[in-house]
Design a protein around this ligand. Structure first.
Ligand code: NAD
Length: 275
């Protein structure tokens, strides 16, 4: 599987496609991550709150794949924003790794007011080598601006809910200007919409002999976005990574651009405060 990489603002490379393991049961995670690695995935997106880091780590260890060929992301949970150091040590312990490739603040939680302090913690974590790159998730423009203004350190990544029904154009433009790479979570809208049956998607799928999911994932890639669709089915792992032998035309991209409803199916980052 030839998966292209993208260069981050810290000079590091990230595979543009990976596997997300949100809502993958701990009991199933080792098998699923092992299968993904067998199929050729090298980038895994997990989080402390997913409660499957240990199983991700077991699959990594069992794979025998050299550490440098893998890209592992985990995330700082909201209730740990005041102790990023302790939180990453606990994540590394569960993963059985001495570093991750990317550590993200999972949510800004404006109500807590601790994200800036957490960001300073992530800057120290990067300096200590425990995460090669650092970034954030679910940050809106003002949340990003605060980190940049107060620390001068621009996050390498902002991971947000993003798909053709929720395209985040203003946020993406801001991130582009600032050199922040964008990752889409819920790239297929988490199966919560009719996205995969929209004619703009299915007609492109038919034209290229691809599936609707492949067309949507290709739309992300052609927008320079990093994706890690979730699936527990091996055949879909193969399908979701088979994206590099076709290209959507300008007209097909424009038709999908026209689907933007600016509608989020997940939580609102300005108010989400689960701990
Ligand atoms: P997703 O858009 O990847 O949707 C996953 C669902 O789509 C699957 O459960 C399956 O039902 C369906 N699907 C997958 N492949 C398909 C195919 N080829 N054809 C048809 N249907 C298919 O949603 P997600 O899992 O929520 O997002 C991906 C990853 O993003 C997560 O696993 C997680 O790593 C990350 N994430 C991060 C946050 C955050 O707050 N940072 C929130 C949610 C998810």
């Amino acid at each position: 599987l030839p998966i292209p990489t993208r260069t981050l603002n810290d000079g590091k490379e990230i595979p543009q496609l990976g596997l997300g393991v949100f809502l993958v049961e701990p009991g199933e995670t080792e098998r699923i991550v092992s299968e993904a690695l067998e199929v050729g995935y090298r980038h895994i997106d997990t989080a402390a709150i997913y409660q499957n880091e240990a199983e991700v780590g077991r699959a990594i260890a069992a794979s025998g794949i050299p550490r440098d060929e893998l890209f592992i992301t985990t995330k700082l949970w909201n209730s740990d924003q005041e102790d990023p150091n302790g939180a990453i040590d606990a994540s590394l312990e569960r993963l059985g790794l001495d570093r991750v490739d990317l550590y993200l603040i999972h949510w800004p939680v404006p109500a807590l007011g601790t994200a800036l302090g957490a960001w300073r913690g992530l800057i120290d974590i990067a300096a200590s080598g425990r995460s090669t790159s650092i970034g954030v998730s679910n940050f809106e423009i003002p949340h990003l601006q605060q980190l940049i203004d107060e620390t001068g350190v621009v996050p390498a990544i902002n991971q947000v809910e993003l798909h053709p029904l929720h395209q985040r154009r203003e946020l993406r433009a801001f991130c582009r200007e600032q050199g922040i790479a964008v990752e889409s979570w819920g790239p297929l809208s988490q199966g919560k919409s009719d996205l995969l049956t929209r004619p703009e998607v299915t007609s492109a799928a038919e034209a290229h002999g691809k599936t609707a999911a492949q067309v949507v994932l290709r739309w992300h890639l052609q927008n320079d976005i990093i994706v890690f669709p979730k699936t527990v089915r091996r055949e879909r792992m193969v399908e979701n990574a088979d994206l590099f032998d076709f290209e959507l035309s300008g007209a097909e991209m424009a038709a999908i651009d026209g689907l933007d409803q600016q509608h989020n199916f997940g939580p609102d980052p300005a108010t989400y405060n689960q701990r």
